[in-house]
Design a protein around this ligand. Structure first.
Ligand SMILES: N[C@@H](CCC(=O)N[C@@H](CS)C(=O)NCC(=O)O)C(=O)O
Length: 285
């Protein structure tokens, strides 16, 4: 893993007006899902691109299992954020740290934010699911299939060469990955449509409670970074081009979920997000 010299960001004033400096590094993957959460937060919270150094971890080649990366994030997942050498090892804690140091703080969190964020992460990676055999076949030969097969090769090599302390971790990952791949790509079944429907419920409720268009109100807040990350991967997984408007994306989602209807607040939410510079700069899909 190549780790280049951290850039120093100078954007935080303390209450005496003195400039504080922080070295912020975000470990990410260009096609990752959850690293879009801190990326969106970065731009929405007023950081510049150069304030946070993005360090690419190649998940396709199992770069997240590199012992050097495991020192930064023992979970072996992206995103991970390091601030002044301290690690934040998932999207939730990374974003909280970005908010703590934010040049432009987000709207105050609502009491519902924590449960909404938890729900979104419970929904987890269902956005990668295949709905039928044809889709499964298609995905198995695409990025997702490549992701799993190349990782298994990387893990097999690591199991043989790794220090004894890491062998158990790699062996568990190998087994877990195989289950994940089998479930996601080989046995699609009817419950998938139900999963989609039940997870869109909490988002709809949250959006109906606010003036909108975002869960936090006129501008996105903490929970929105998580919600739109999940929604956008769900939409692109339904075969819709990134940044397609709700008039294209929502009917496709409806078809994919067995005709479930999506409340208009979801369409408004999507259309409000896709035009934001943060959405484009983060290359969300
Ligand atoms: N709950 C974690 C999920 C992180 C996660 O699963 N990241 C995926 C990429 S989007 C990953 O690194 N997968 C690699 C692996 O599990 O080996 C978060 O929010 O950061």
């Amino acid at each position: 893993m190549t780790v280049s010299k951290p850039q120093i960001s100078e954007h935080i004033s303390n209450c005496f007006g003195a400039m504080l400096t922080h070295a912020e590094e975000l470990y990410e993957f260009w096609a990752g899902t959850w690293d879009n959460v801190p990326k969106l937060a970065q731009f929405e919270l007023g950081y510049k691109k150069e304030d946070v150094e993005w360090i690419g971890i190649d998940l396709l080649k199992g770069g997240n299992f590199d012992p050097e990366f495991l020192k930064i994030n023992p979970n072996g997942t992206i995103p991970a954020l390091q601030v002044d050498g301290k690690s934040f090892v998932d999207s939730i804690t990374s974003v909280k740290e970005l908010i703590r140091l934010a040049p432009r703080p987000p709207p105050a969190p609502s009491v519902f934010d924590a449960s909404l964020i938890a729900k979104i992460h419970e929904a987890g990676n269902i956005q990668s699911l295949s709905m039928d055999e044809a889709e499964h076949k298609d995905k198995s030969s695409g990025l997702l299939g490549g992701f799993f097969s190349e990782r298994q090769v990387a893990l097999a090599n690591l199991v043989n060469s790794a220090p004894a302390g890491l062998r158990e971790f790699y062996t568990q990952k190998q087994a877990g990955d195989q289950e994940f791949f089998d479930f996601y790509c080989r046995n699609p079944d009817d419950c998938l449509g139900q999963c989609w429907r039940c997870h869109s419920g909490p988002i709809t409720e949250a959006l109906k409670r606010t003036k909108g268009p975002f869960a936090a109100g006129e501008v996105p807040g903490e929970a929105d970074f998580h919600v739109v990350t999940w929604l956008s991967r769900t939409i692109s997984n339904a075969g819709v081009a990134p940044n397609a408007s709700a008039s294209i994306a929502i009917p496709q989602l409806e078809a994919r979920t067995g005709g479930a209807s999506f409340d208009p607040v979801i369409a408004e939410y999507w259309d409000a997000w896709i035009v934001r510079p943060s959405f484009k700069e983060s290359n969300v899909f």
